[in-house]
Design a protein around this ligand. Structure first.
Ligand code: ADP
Ligand code: ASP
Ligand code: MG
Length: 411
């Protein structure tokens, strides 16, 4: 008998038929004698619909009320699944975040889990029930409902698996595992049997939306065995593993991620003095805007150009701040664009191979794709390019690094 935390995403509970299918699946696991905590998302599209309702009422809804609203999506699906299980004669109980309780900080919309008191859940499991928990939500010390950020149900599941010391946390979704890149963009993408936590964390941070970043961080920190699987198809899925093969056995590149959610800003011709970078970026981070890739150049006339990227939602705000800084510092020009994408190759194997970055740049040059910015770490290389070349770049790199599905040849 094992204890599993199973999370079903929005498309897996999109309508009553799917919820019935999830109930059938969960019932089978329960009949095998396993203890189950099931974490659900809202029906797909529901969280967006609720956010849109809020926007129809107010340009700036208070974060507390917005969380009160968007957390309702998950409450609908957990109640329906618990009913579907009861109908099958399977004992089940649904729990909202506050009933568990999943305690968070006060950061509405992107709250962090501080503590989960699992006593109540354990009691229900020991009485033979399936516990169905609302994903994405928690409760602050003020007794206010909080939410964990988009895609946050993944984090709910992993955090519960950590405190319950579950045998495995299973993330059921609409693909049968983690692929070399988004299979919606590259038809030849391949499912990975395994991926290391380190690589999965890079994939998630660099824009692959299959798992929420915090879920992967949690799993790594607490050693939660994590697997991504298809909700309604059989198969082993992808195991996110702590084990490292020897570096020499690793493929150079395990996956490719891309992100179209960033924007680029440039300030040119700033007199180059010590502290100029912090003078430019300080006001941006003071406004709580996260800066990602940064490139600085010093020209022969002793002026500096600095280019950096921020989340696209922060673009207007960052541009306003940069224009002010430009005036103060006597910059020649301030400009920006939202039409960029960041494409990244990821793999722990690149540690042992020289020339991975130049191979990437050559593959992009062959497609006539201009690289605007570059950033590297031990296990990834990212480039910023014109947004319109995103798919072309991802496909070119996918085949350059040998990730395309091998063609099945006749015997
Ligand atoms: P859920 O609603 O179940 O949480 P998501 O939409 O959040 O599902 O995540 C699943 C989607 O992630 C897939 O449909 C796929 O298009 C996308 N995706 C992006 N990158 C990858 C990848 N490397 N491997 C698999 N799926 C990916
Ligand atoms: N329903 C939330 C969202 O759409 C949380 C989740 O699905 O994980 O972001
Ligand atoms: Mg998701």
């Amino acid at each position: 008998m094992a204890l599993y935390v199973q999370k079903f995403g929005g498309s897996s509970v999109a309508n009553i038929e799917r919820i019935e299918q999830v109930a059938d699946k969960v019932q089978r696991f329960h009949a095998e004698g396993h203890q189950l905590v099931v974490v659900l998302s809202a029906m797909s599209g529901e969280t967006n619909r609720l956010l849109d309702l809020a926007r129809q009422v107010s340009d700036k809804p208070s974060p507390r009320e917005q969380d009160m609203l968007v957390s309702t999506g998950e409450q609908v699906t957990i109640a329906l699944l618990a009913m579907a299980l009861e109908k099958r004669g399977v004992p089940a109980i649904s729990m909202a975040g506050w009933q568990v309780p999943i305690c968070t900080d006060f950061e509405h919309g992107k709250a962090r889990i501080h503590k989960i008191d699992a006593g109540h859940v354990v009691q229900q499991l020991n009485s033979g029930k399936i516990v169905v928990v609302a994903g994405f939500q928690g409760v602050s010390a003020n007794n206010d409902i909080t939410t964990l950020g988009r895609g946050g149900s993944d984090t709910t599941a992993v955090a519960l698996a950590a405190v319950l010391k579950a045998d495995e946390c299973q993330i059921y979704t609409d693909v049968d595992g983690v692929y070399t890149t988004d299979p919606r963009v590259v038809a030849q993408a391949r499912r990975l049997e395994q991926i290391t936590f380190e690589e999965m964390l890079e994939m998630a941070s660099l824009g692959s939306k299959i798992l929420q970043i915090r879920a992967v961080e949690f799993a790594g920190k607490y050693g939660v065995p994590l697997r991504v699987l298809h909700s309604f198809q059989q198969g082993p899925g992808t195991l996110i593993t702590m084990e490292q093969k020897s570096i020499m056995e690793q493929p150079i590149i395990s996956g490719i991620a891309f992100n179209r959610d960033e924007a680029k800003l440039t300030i040119r011709g700033v007199p180059d003095t010590p502290g100029v970078a912090s003078g430019i970026l300080g006001p941006v981070s003071d406004a709580n805007i996260e800066v990602d890739v940064i490139v600085q150049n010093v020209a022969e006339d002793n002026t500096t150009d600095l280019t950096f990227t921020v989340g696209r939602l922060d673009y207007e705000k960052a541009l306003g701040i940069l224009q002010q800084t430009g005036d103060t510092l006597g910059a020649r020009q301030v400009s920006g664009t939202t039409h960029i994408a960041k494409v990244s190759i990821i793999g722990v194997g690149m540690r042992s191979h020289a020339g991975v970055a130049s191979r990437m740049f050559a593959a992009l040059a062959k497609e006539n794709i201009n690289i605007q910015m570059i950033s590297t770490s031990e296990i990834k290389v990212s480039v910023v390019i014109d947004e319109k070349y995103t798919e072309l770049a991802v496909r070119a790199l996918h085949s350059e690094f040998g990730l395309d599905t091998p063609l099945v040849t006749g015997a």
